[in-house]
Design a protein around this ligand. Structure first.
Ligand SMILES: *Cc1c(COP(=O)(O)O)cnc(C)c1O
Length: 395
């Protein structure tokens, strides 16, 4: 199993975590090649999550734009409303197989915390979630959900009391009890083998979408587009098409108020090489190497780094990484609501906005596949607040 992606990735962790990481890698290699493990994973995805998720053609939106046909991979229809649960089920199954007693995780916007608490309840495992104290306040509905699902939520007041501080606390917890604890990472980041493992668990998205495109359109999509926070829904989608060189892969980062404003979450387009969360990767940092707090209207794109494999795909040119700012994501959100009767997550609205940009310039028989990573019910407050604060210019 590759521990590096070009110059990115690796294991930048305390010595005490090297053995636990090696143990996870061994266990995962075995599990991956065990038909019983794979069948159990598939069975839970089928009967609990509700997979496979459909591929929906956005007919009215495509017609309105007058160009490529836009097809949506409907991860919003998963139980819990997003793609994250695919991964937490995989890791919880692995934790149980390894004889671990409890699950821990950190969360920013709270979505990964909820997905972890969900599977902890499903498997009857105790669960502790670390969350920055400021995020606990900003994301109280998700905090309530986690508690309802039986998880303990620790508010972390250190540092800037946000995601990066919660990450440090979760790692500290893991160091204290690596034998009994499984650390569930929510995206294709962290030390090896997490980026590869999370990609594999999410690759069900790309595998299904590839087959569905062939069935529905009789061909592969011209482009596969996904938003990139840490990059797990994008890697899951890309995995299905990585060997199809004719399919363009497009990752969309959150441009917030614009790259020039410094208020964004675009680690590839606006970040620099550094070490975060146990891996070498592109991240948002100051000249002196301090991690910068990210900003986006979409809280789920708030990860200050990005998965190492994306950095390599960017360097080799296999995938392209663009930036969508708040206003364009909100416009795409509105468009999907009005034209298709689907309320998308604000994260996913970034991917959709990129497709809306591209579609008019493409032939009518071309296909843009967009990963609709989650549903937008959780974002109503945010969208309404954004619209209050950014009224359309008076005519
Ligand atoms: C968390 C989240 C994301 C961003 O995470 P990735 O690891 O980049 O996929 C995107 N969409 C939704 C709906 C999310 O909840």
């Amino acid at each position: 199993m590759n521990s590096h992606y070009g110059i990115y990735g690796g294991q930048y962790v305390a010595e005490t975590l090297m053995a636990p990481l090696a143990e996870i890698e061994r266990a995962y290699e075995e599990a991956k090649n065990d038909p019983a493990f794979r069948e159990e994973f598939r069975g839970i995805l089928r009967e609990y999550v509700g997979r496979e998720t459909p591929l929906t053609e956005a007919r009215r939106l495509s017609e309105h734009l007058g160009g490529a046909r836009i097809a949506l991979k409907r991860e919003d229809l998963n139980h819990t409303g997003a793609h994250k649960v695919n991964n937490t089920i995989g890791q919880a199954l692995l934790a149980r197989r390894m004889g671990k007693r409890r699950l821990i995780a950190e969360t920013g916007a709270g979505m990964h915390g909820v997905a972890t608490a969900t599977v902890a309840a499903l498997f009857g495992m105790p669960c502790e979630i670390y969350m920055g104290a400021i995020d606990v306040e900003r994301q109280s509905p998700n905090v309530e959900r986690m508690k309802m699902l039986g998880a303990a939520v620790h508010a972390v007041s250190e540092g800037s009391a946000t995601l990066k501080d919660a990450m440090n606390e979760a790692i500290r917890d893991w160091v204290a009890d690596p034998d009994g604890t499984f650390y569930v990472i929510g995206t294709v980041a962290g030390p090896h083998p997490y980026p590869a493992m999370v990609r594999d668990f999410q690759s069900v998205i790309g595998a299904e979408a590839r087959r569905q495109c062939l069935e529905k359109f009789g061909r592969l999509p011209d482009q596969a587009i996904a938003c990139v926070g840490g990059g797990s829904n994008a890697m899951g989608l890309f995995a299905g098409f990585i060997d199809d060189s004719e399919v363009k892969l497009v990752g969309v980062e959150a441009g917030g108020r614009g790259l020039a404003s410094g208020e964004h979450a675009a680690s590839i387009n606006g970040g620099r090489l550094g070490v975060l969360h146990g891996a070498k990767t592109m991240l948002l940092q100051t000249d002196s190497g301090q991690i910068v707090d990210t900003y986006s209207v979409s809280a789920g794109l708030d990860y200050p780094g990005v998965g190492p494999e994306h950095c390599q795909l960017h360097d080799t040119g296999r995938a392209e990484y663009t930036v969508i700012e708040d206003a364009e994501a909100i416009a795409a959100f509105d468009a999907l609501c009005r034209f298709e009767g689907i309320i998308p997550a604000l994260e996913s609205s970034h991917a959709l906005a990129e497709a809306i940009r591209r579609a008019p310039g493409l032939p009518r028989d071309s296909v843009l596949l967009v990963n609709l990573s989650g549903r937008g019910d959780k974002d109503m407050e945010n969208v309404m607040r954004w619209k209050r604060e950014n009224p359309p210019p008076a005519k």
